[in-house]
Design a protein around this ligand. Structure first.
Ligand code: 13P
Length: 254
């Protein structure tokens, strides 16, 4: 697939995999995907498996990401992890504002914007998640909701920082439900996000930003989704937990 932006296929392992299981998964991915250069490949294990996974992907094309981080540098924030700590494990990307964090941990756009700035200060690339609920879509509010999330979560970023930021559109109704947005629905929202980025940061920056789709991405629907002009990759949950399905998503996207 010949696209303007290099595709990024990212696996969000969420709260799954012991260290032993994570190592076994990543060893399988290295076997299957070590020769793939056409797309960027990213795995985002839980914090506890970052070190072990980092050791298995040395000298490979696979990159490492985290699933969240704290916006502060150091201090009394029990249970939290900062950007510098992630860098120690060769982490390059960090998912921010996933809908599960917005919903269960009350993360809002202002907090996500602070985290994005902290990530950039440590030279980590944020993957900022946005997406509407089913009720919002049915009420015809999808674009209004997503526009507000994009503007709020990216507030304060410079154009240079924006170029090093990834957006993930994840309709909440498609996450873990088996319901995928149609490729036309995904393209429509991705195009809207890119227009919003153009208004905020200018056309040239907007053209460079990768916008990933997430929500029940599977080997069977990857090719169709990734062939949309404004879909620049995928953020994969359930299907990223097995070597076969994640590798097939990558291969079907090329
Ligand atoms: P599923 O692929 O399991 O629907 O999860 C998507 C997701 O939330 C990735 O961040």
């Amino acid at each position: 697939m010949d696209k303007e932006r290099k595709l990024l296929i990212a696996g969000n392992w969420k709260m799954n995999k012991t260290v032993a299981e994570a190592v076994s998964l990543v060893e399988g991915l290295v076997r299957e995907l070590s020769n793939v250069k056409e797309v960027d490949i990213l795995v985002c294990p839980p914090f506890t498996a970052l070190y072990a996974v980092s050791q298995k992907i040395l000298d490979t094309q696979i990159r490492l990401g985290a699933q969240t981080m704290n916006e502060n540098n150091y201090g009394a924030y029990t249970g939290e992890i900062n950007a510098g700590m992630l860098k120690e494990f060769s982490v390059r990307y960090v998912i921010l504002g996933h809908s599960e964090r917005r919903q269960y941990y009350k993360e809002d756009d202002a907090l996500i914007a602070k985290k994005a700035l902290a990530a950039h200060a440590a030279a980590l690339k944020p993957i900022i998640c946005v997406g509407e609920t089913l009720a919002q879509r049915e009420a015809g509010q999808a674009e209004a909701v997503i526009g507000k999330q994009v503007e709020g979560s990216l507030a304060g970023l410079s154009a240079d920082q924006m170029e090093e930021t990834v957006i993930a559109y994840e309709p909440v109704w498609a996450i873990g439900t088996g319901k995928t947005a149609t490729s036309a629905q995904a393209q429509e929202i991705h195009q809207f996000i890119r227009k919003t980025l153009a208004k905020m940061f200018g056309e040239a920056v907007a053209k460079k930003v990768r916008i990933l789709y997430g929500g029940s991405v599977k080997p069977a629907n990857a090719r169709e989704l990734m062939s949309q002009p404004d879909v620049d990759g995928g953020l994969v949950g359930g299907a990223a937990l097995e070597v076969r399905s994640f590798s097939d998503i990558v291969k079907n996207s090329i």
